[in-house]
Write a protein that binds this ligand. Structure first.
Ligand code: ADP
Ligand code: ZN
Ligand code: MG
Length: 478
């Protein structure tokens, strides 16, 4: 049999840190990047005798996520203890949810090569994050940082509905965009606030029973996830083709070697000895409570996209790219309020801004300048104060050293030369230095004009007004 005879089955468990100001069971701050153990208290350090109190915002955010992903919201829910020992889990159990999660039976829609596809969500539940071990800091030892202990998470569990690495990537991007739109998580993958456990199995096409799966934990880059799935699918098929059996286990993906390694046998639910947390009361939600949260849901990506097609006449592709991120979409709308030029703002976002984000490996939410700065940049070009090539330099500067674009061009001396006398001087100089191009132009070679304008731009370091150059070169060569 060959690879074509197998079907790939994938289900994801996504952990997303909620952007509440304080932790799930105490009032410690959740801000990322603080010095180790500066955001802790007796509760999140698990001192004996302390009692957790559920942060109401956590429930609100989880319900919001459930509503935005077409889930049913459970009006009777509770917290359970999931018992396991790990050095960064000081209570030796994690407070999570077992049999009564807040949200169930949802779905999100992704676009695949074969068209739209619904991926079913089994559940969304709330739980606390663990601390973090820093290895090898003190001559070989490991140190524990509890700042992250008790940071609220939602875990979004999908049904095994995904059939390829591309579908997984589409799903993860879509879910991330939804969570960003409803502003419950910043989903910063490099900071670990959006990470996925990837469950992979294969089966012969036509089989109805699922194959044995392996699970790769805590993956936080799209590229590694795609590579890891491809590797793991090949590994499993090779084993089956050799007549072997897949072990159900937890694997670690190693990005450097491009391979998966076994970490441990997979534990089952009964290994965790779940039981209701006796320190916390049941979570009972009224119709009114849920209805109020429903009313706070913002306009979602699809509907924004449709609006951009109609209102701003963007292309389908551009509208999709911009609305895929709430940050880009907000940037777009607010910059237009400043400059009233949707076409120009659209072009900046889909070309130069996207390119720079890619090069610098930044997320849209890391853009350091404001929508007002972008709007002003567009105005400066529209008014002819700077050329669009200088505009590109201003944008680079906005990423490095964000401030008012007007100030940037003043400081750098980048104001466009639009003075007739000055332009004429440059034109004459370039004509004199390039007699061959002049002859070519006169002989009907239009391209020569472009060359001459290019030389003049070079001479002025991009500051000359290109329309004026064009016009004056033509006049002088007649
Ligand atoms: P846990 O991993 O915590 O034990 P579950 O048993 O509920 O939890 O499964 C977790 C994830 O694994 C779900 O996203 C589910 O869709 C996926 N999954 C379950 N069985 C398979 C399988 N045979 N192949 C691929 N994914 C699977
Ligand atoms: Zn605390
Ligand atoms: Mg799992």
């Amino acid at each position: 049999m060959s690879r074509q005879d197998y079907e790939v089955i994938i289900g994801l468990e996504v952990h997303s840190e909620l952007s509440t100001k304080t932790k799930i069971f105490c009032s410690c701050p959740t801000k990322f990047g603080a010095a180790p153990n500066t955001q802790i208290c007796p509760i999140c350090m698990a001192m004996p005798g302390t009692l957790p109190v559920l942060n109401e915002k956590v429930v609100e955010y989880a319900v919001k996520a459930g509503l935005a992903t077409n889930c049913e919201i459970s009006q009777n829910s509770k917290n359970d203890r999931k018992n396991y020992f790990y050095p960064d889990l000081p209570k030796a159990y994690q407070i999570s949810q077992y049999d009564k999660p807040l949200c169930e039976h949802g779905y999100i829609e992704i676009e695949t090569k074969e068209g739209k596809k619904k991926i079913r969500l089994t559940r969304i539940h709330i739980e606390e994050d663990a601390g973090k071990l820093n290895h090898d800091e003190l001559g070989g030892g490991s140190l524990v940082d509890l700042n992250r202990a008790g940071v609220p998470l939602i875990e979004i569990v999908s049904e095994p509905d995904l059939r390829s690495a591309e579908e997984v990537e589409a799903y993860l991007r879509k879910l991330k965009s939804i969570l960003e739109y409803i502003e419950v998580s910043d989903c910063k993958m490099q900071e670990g606030s959006y990470r996925a456990d990837v469950n992979v199995s294969v089966r012969k096409k036509g089989d109805t029973k699922l194959g044995t799966r392996t699970e790769m934990k805590n993956m936080n880059s799209f590229r590694s996830i795609v590579r890891a799935i491809e590797y793991e699918v090949d590994r499993q098929i090779d084993i089956l083709e050799d007549g072997g059996k897949i072990e159900q286990e937890t694997l670690r993906w190693d990005d450097v070697s491009g391979k998966t390694f076994s970490m441990r046998d997979k534990e089952d639910a009964q290994d965790y000895r779940y039981f209701p947390d006796p320190d916390l009361v049941a979570i009972k939600l009224s119709d009114e409570y849920i209805e109020n949260i429903k009313n706070t849901l913002p306009e979602m990506p699809e509907s924004r996209k449709e609006r951009y097609l109609k209102e701003y006449k963007l292309s389908e592709k551009d509208a999709k790219l911009i609305t895929s991120s709430k940050y880009l979409s907000d940037l777009f709308e607010k910059a237009i309020e400043v400059c009233n030029n949707p076409k120009a703002v659209n072009n900046w976002i889909i070309s130069d801004i996207s390119r720079i984000l890619n090069e610098k490996e930044l997320e849209a939410s890391d853009i350091p300048f404001s929508s007002k700065d972008l709007g002003k940049l567009v105005i400066l070009i529209d008014k002819g104060t700077i050329s669009s090539s200088i505009g590109k330099k201003v944008l680079e500067e906005l990423f490095e050293n964000p401030k008012d674009p007007e100030e940037i061009i003043k400081e750098k001396g980048w104001i466009q030369i639009s003075d007739e006398g000055a332009i004429k001087e440059i034109v004459l100089k370039i004509l004199e230095a390039n007699p061959q191009s002049v002859a070519d132009y006169k002989a009907g070679k239009e391209k020569a004009l472009g060359f001459l304008v290019g030389q003049a731009m070079k001479e002025t370091k991009g500051k000359a007004n290109p329309q004026m150059l064009n016009k004056m070169f033509k006049e002088e060569m007649q």
